[in-house]
Design a protein around this ligand. Sequence first.
Ligand code: HEC
Length: 186
Amino acid sequence: MRLVNTLEKPLELPCFLAHLAGPLQMTASLSPTSAQPSFDRRSPRIFVFLDPLVFTVVPEGPGRGLLEFGERRGDARSLKGEIEFPVASELTPEAPFEHIIFNEQYSTCAFCHADETRAPDVPFARAFESVALRPPDRAVVSVDELRSEVQSCDAASDPYRCAMLHALFDRDGVIQRDFPESYGTL
Ligand code: HEC
């Protein structure tokens, strides 16, 4: 949130990703049933690990303007939040939690992330934690496979997708990292 608020507005998601410092640990997957659906190995849903946070983005499709995140809670749960880009002005600390509220009781994430409860350690917002999910092994797209998409993407015909891939890969190191085995699958 501090980084989002520091950067110039309006802020596009690829610009935010480019400002994440240093080498990044990540994995990707085909994700037909998620808040960021991906049906094409060339544009998978991408998961970036910044412990204890996991960020997720997708280079094309209806979820491409969203930054989803889960802050790890124990072995198999996470605190959920979401920011929609482009961001036009400074965000309040409660904004990522308010954006996912479905009704008095649940967030929109609860449709798939089971066992949702209020997070008592976030007193300034209606915040929710729930079961953390990982992709099944057969859906995983490796960082090496994704790297070849960065090299072959054509910025003239595919500007947003290329900008997002370059923002993630144009840096000193990108390292494959798998989800903890303790996370469930849908
Ligand atoms: C339609 C089902 C669905 C909905 C709704 C959904 N997710 Fe997920 N989510 C998944 C699946 C499936 C995975 C496993 C990775 C994958 O295959 O995309 C996942 C994984 C994640 C992860 C990675 C690990 C973790 O902490 O769980 C995060 C972060 C995440 N989702 C955030 C969210 C947020 C935030 C919302 C609500 C705005 C949300 N998801 C709503 C299906 C969903």
